[in-house]
Design a protein around this ligand. Structure first.
Ligand SMILES: [Zn+2]
Length: 95
């Protein structure tokens, strides 16, 4: 098997209502804002969250025979270890 690091980028959106006592619209909205940022609506947020955008970017990692670790962006143009120039084994490269 090959080794990968995958950066996960998920954007979620949540719509739900909560009842708040306040003297004005502005105060009610400010209280709601505070509840969100103070993590007091975490369960509601989680329950109503929908994924609207997702991205997964995989970067392959290699370890050469000498133990140098490096990723696919760091290997040389000749597909060698950037530190010791050992060729990367064929079974680690994409066909
Ligand atoms: Zn090396």
């Amino acid at each position: 098997m090959k080794q990968f690091n995958v950066r996960i980028n998920v954007t979620t959106e949540a719509y739900f209502d909560t009842d708040i006592e306040a003297d004005s619209h502005e105060e009610a909205e400010q209280i709601a804002n505070n509840l969100v940022w103070n993590d007091e609506l975490t369960d509601d947020l989680r329950q109503h969250a929908e994924i609207i955008e997702e991205r997964y970017d995989a970067t392959q990692w290699f370890v050469c025979e000498c133990g140098h670790g490096f990723n696919e962006n760091q290997m040389t143009d000749n597909e060698e270890c950037p530190a010791c120039e050992t060729p990367i084994p064929d079974d680690q490269l994409e066909e």
